[in-house]
Design a protein around this ligand. Sequence first.
Ligand code: FAD
Length: 435
Amino acid sequence: MKIVVIGGGAAGMSAASKAKRISPDDDVEVIEGGSFVSYAECGIPYYLAGKFDDYKKLIHYPIDEFTKKRNINVRIKTKVMSIDLQNRVITTLDGDNIQFDKLVICTGASARKSKFSNFPNVFSVRNLDDAIRIKGENGGKDILVIGDGILGMELASEFAMNEKNVTLMSKHSYLFPKLDQNVVQEMIADFNSRVKVILNSEVKEITSANSKLQVQSDNYTVNVDSVFFTAGITPNTDFLKNSGIRIDKNGLIEVNSRMETNVDGVYAAGDCATSLNRITGRSEWQPLAQIANKMGRVAGSNASGKIMEFKGGLDTTLLKIFDYEVGLCGFNEKQAEENGFSPEWKIVSGKSRANYYDGGSKLMVKIVYDKNTLKLLGGQICSKDNGAWRLNTLETAIFAGMTTEDLFYNDLGYTPPFGPVWDPIIIAASLTMRD
Ligand SMILES: Cc1cc2nc3c(=O)[nH]c(=O)nc-3n(C[C@H](O)[C@H](O)[C@H](O)COP(=O)(O)OP(=O)(O)OC[C@H]3O[C@@H](n4cnc5c(N)ncnc54)[C@H](O)[C@@H]3O)c2cc1C
């Protein structure tokens, strides 16, 4: 049997590796449009900002690992243009036709383009080819980041820590609305002291003036050396239009928990496809690295005949903004209400370590739960110290379907260097039991 995987990113290489492991006799081939497979997209902000200069550090496995050791065929720089489901064949940009018995589509997503994308030193980044080109163009000292989502905040803080003069422009009336402002208040104050923040603003025009870019918004003019647009992503599924594979209104390939599309023997995984919400079981978009890897593995397994089910995700997002560990998972109160719950929430300002133990910091926790059942629905964290593990603890509790009472009794390890004896997440849980 021939299994073809389109896209050699997180989902695609996981799918190909799993398929080959399960069915060593199957012919598995990966078709990748870019120059690289199996690399860490998530490391790109640190590479761009100068934490390291060798892009090869981002590559998990060289191509030889797949072709020679795992016996998987890999074609790079080969873009798939169309799929003919009747004849089970895909056609590449160069006009090659590749036959398949089973197909796994893992084409990921692209950065949303702005109308200024073709302007020199106006960048948007989504893959390693982009990143190497951008790094080679030397973005200069004065940088404008547009957008205050995850990537915008990450890039702005990384550039600023590498001694760039950074301005961040957001269309929102307050910064980083993805998290509750009460949780991230201290981080935002710190951010504002290190990055020039322009709110309520959208770019209207970019022109060149005296070897700088002049960026005009409704009410501001900023002169910089380069501009990074981080205005969201769109799934790479245009080439599937009219193929017969069902695409939803957001351009995502519709899949079930086995990553099966509506077409027999055709699977999809990662950022180009819908994924399941762990709490509701409904389809949504969770364009994140771990989810892509897991969906890819499930797709590869099913394509080679061993049934696996994806159990859903919680959109768990962790990031580092300057010195802060920031994260969220599950629902905020608005999302909880939209999904039929009666949300209540608690926010606790605690300490990351025992008061008397050096190196601790303030730790903000928010938990969202259903007030009738006490079922945990969401969590948010912000702290300079030991925030990440607490977010992951909350995620594990939500994934397991725990109530706030279960969280309270959850037997977390304690020792002063890692937390107070009444940990902030236990305090948050205990507050819900008083109501
Ligand atoms: C800068 C950056 C930072 C990130 N940081 C984080 C983070 O900290 N945590 C986190 O969880 N997630 C993060 N992500 C998101 C994460 O990297 C993605 O969710 C994950 O890589 C998706 O995997 P994928 O396989 O679906 O897509 P990709 O890894 O993007 O792979 C898709 C591949 O398909 C190829 N392709 C597309 N169309 C075609 C075609 N027609 N023919 C052939 N090949 C094609 C592309 O070239 C690409 O290589 C980050 C992403 C970026 C860009």
